[in-house]
Design a protein around this ligand. Structure first.
Ligand SMILES: C[S@@+](CC[C@H](N)C(=O)[O-])C[C@H]1O[C@@H](n2cnc3c(N)ncnc32)[C@H](O)[C@@H]1O
Length: 213
């Protein structure tokens, strides 16, 4: 605990060397969202962890309440982005793990080194309290992530994600969740829970008979 968070001019956060692909306002919004829904033993799935910037934030928020963060990533970087080049030139997973150990949050993290699609199949239905989606931001991938992970959320759970300003993300959100999702103030963090989540589940079930929605 207690490591410094600095926001540079590009809006990237460094926690003594940990690069997070989320700016300080979004980090604060995500933290606020977890605090709103925190409960003992909380289980979170983070889809897209990279070097662990947001993983550390989530793990810190739940460590003291016996929560766990499943960090899901193939750690290869998103296809057709600069991340893929970095993923080819260094062992990003090893760097992620080192960062989490250095920040003292490793004990609250279960890494799953695999694709989001594979990982979602491991979880039983209705088991997670929160799913944070921040992996491949293409329309198809975000849609697949929402439809793949939504059945794993408890009815009382929260589905959320990053980059609510990208057209591809907005298109997937609108298509899957209609206008039922919200955005944390002054941020790009989207979320849905409570009655709006139940309604979205019902609409998706009526449309396509999704598993355990
Ligand atoms: C935008 S970065 C995550 C950033 C991180 N949440 C943060 O704020 O520091 C996207 C991550 O998603 C991962 N990713 C992309 N597509 C994926 C997939 N289909 N399955 C698992 N991980 C994926 C990439 O390897 C990359 O680490």
């Amino acid at each position: 605990m207690g490591k410094t968070i600095i926001c540079d001019t590009r809006g990237i956060i460094y926690q003594e060397g940990v690069t997070a692909l989320i700016d300080i306002g979004d980090a604060e919004a995500l933290q606020e969202l977890i605090w709103q829904i925190a409960k003992k033993g909380m289980m979170i799935a983070e889809v897209g962890s990279w070097m662990g910037g947001t993983t550390a934030l989530l793990a810190r928020a739940v460590a003291s309440i016996e929560g766990k963060v499943f960090a899901i990533d193939h750690w290869l970087g998103t296809p057709e982005t600069w991340e893929r080049r970095v993923g080819k030139s260094m062992d990003v997973y090893a760097y992620f793990k080192g960062n989490m150990v250095d920040l003292g949050v490793w004990d609250a993290i279960h890494p799953l080194v695999m694709s989001s699609q594979m990982a979602s199949k491991i979880f039983a239905a209705l088991i997670l309290d929160m799913v944070f989606i921040d992996a491949d931001h293409s329309y198809e991938a975000v849609k697949q992530d929402i439809l793949g992970w939504l059945p794993k959320l408890k009815h009382s759970g929260t589905l959320c994600g990053h980059d609510a300003n990208r057209p591809s993300v907005i298109k997937a959100l609108d298509e899957c969740l209609g206008n039922s999702y919200s955005i944390m103030p002054n941020s790009l963090v989207w979320y849905i829970h409570g009655k709006p989540l139940q309604e979205a589940r019902r609409r998706l079930k009526d449309k396509g008979g999704q598993e355990a929605l």
